[in-house]
Design a protein around this ligand. Sequence first.
Ligand code: GRF
Length: 208
Amino acid sequence: MLKLAVMVSGGGTNLQAILDAIEDGTVTNASVVKVISNSKKAYALERASKAGIPTACVTRKDYPEPESFNRALLAALQESGADLVVLAGCLVVIPQLVVDAYPNRIINIHPALIPSFCGTGYYGLGVHEAVLARGVRVTGATVHFVDGGTDTGPILLQKAVEVRQGDTAKELQLRVMQEAEWKILPKAIDLIANGKVSVVDGRVVIAD
Ligand code: GRF
């Protein structure tokens, strides 16, 4: 059974998609053992509590300097006993200390088709605003392993989503979540939980 620690910052719809997929059997051999938020106000914490999942809040402003926050985050993850860390709508840049402790064992969902519209400054609604401003016809979402960079790790799954004439950023964000994020994040977890994923020379290999 793959133990998951899910890191959240906001509404938690991606967390909910994971919980629902475990519940309905779309995801097997995995369970969420901890939900960690960097915001005490995150509705994702409500979702976790409703599901009976232990939660923790590790907020940067509660620590005098970055290093103590980094150590507290690592401790919270290690105490959870998680095998895989899942960043689900998580807006925290994961410290190198944590990346080093979980090599190819942290995955992130990004709401665009990496390498487009990603990296520093591209998060949340701003990603979709940039997509609309550029006028691309297709966007989507990406699940990737987290390395020391921002949205730079090996890509595991991607799913394309059509940009429609007249889309607002909010409408596009919802479509990307519904048609892509909420599907490929659980799928990625199921593949990893069932031993189908390896990383070879920096690229993901998925067994049939
Ligand atoms: C999603 O688009 C996610 O990709 C981005 O934040 C949005 C909300 O995520 N990082 P959630 O509802 O908190 O899972």
